[in-house]
Design a protein around this ligand. Structure first.
Ligand code: GRF
Length: 209
């Protein structure tokens, strides 16, 4: 069974999911703490949040490397230097390659109910499709785009007046709570993966979270 005390969190933007993890891990009983924050770009609020919390940061930009494989190797090496038990991709807008995925469990969060509406525009795509319920998914990352084993999901109703920004904000309120809950439980109770079925703690049969 895997456990997840040391977290490296990867961000590309505002970092509100990161902030929720930083806030939760201020309490030692949470069981996990953010030991480093990585990004694929400079000047984002996520990095500022990490600095404010006195958590080390690193930036690996794809354009600084000759090939994607070089970037994959560089970010994996940077992540490894912080010896994480779990990597959390929290609004990180890059697909991680084998050097990271083979070395560490990676948890990802997505603002739609997978397998519906994967990819960079999950909220926009759900709205355009006219769904009445969407939500968020916390999953283990694999080499695909939002295709990994699902750890937890929560539904969010779509309101007739919603635009993409409003709906995304409402999803993110739920997403932050779910991510904090799941990371804490994975850290404290451990988890196992059997095929596509993820179980936290010593649950036997039936449950999917
Ligand atoms: C989240 O909804 C995440 O699922 C999506 O982008 C958003 C990131 O928000 N990929 P934040 O940077 O944590 O505020």
């Amino acid at each position: 069974m895997s456990k997840a005390g040391r977290l490296v969190v990867l961000v590309s933007g505002s970092g509100t999911n990161l902030q929720a993890l930083l806030d939760a891990s201020a309490d030692p009983s949470y069981g996990a703490r953010v030991v480093a924050v990585g990004a694929d770009r400079d000047g984002i609020e996520g990095l500022a949040r990490a600095s404010k919390a006195e958590v080390p940061t690193f930036v690996e930009k794809l354009r600084d490397y000759g090939t994607r494989a070089d970037w994959d190797a560089a970010i994996a090496a940077k992540i490894a230097s912080y010896e994480p038990d779990l990597v959390v991709s929290a609004g990180f807008m890059k697909i991680l390659g084998a050097p990271t995925l083979d070395a560490f469990p990676v948890l990802n969060t997505h603002p739609a109910l997978l397998p519906s509406f994967p990819g960079a525009h999950g909220v926009r795509d759900a709205l355009a499709h006219g769904v009445k319920v969407t939500g968020c998914t916390v999953m283990l990352a694999d080499s695909g785009i939002d295709t990994g084993p699902i750890v937890a999901q929560e539904a969010v109703p779509v309101r007739p007046e919603d635009d993409e920004a409003e709906l995304h904000e409402r999803i993110k309120t739920v997403e932050r709570r779910l991510l904090v809950d799941i990371v804490g439980r994975m850290a404290r109770e451990g988890w196992t993966v059997s095929g596509r079925i993820v179980r936290i703690g010593n649950q036997s049969g039936g449950e999917s979270t």
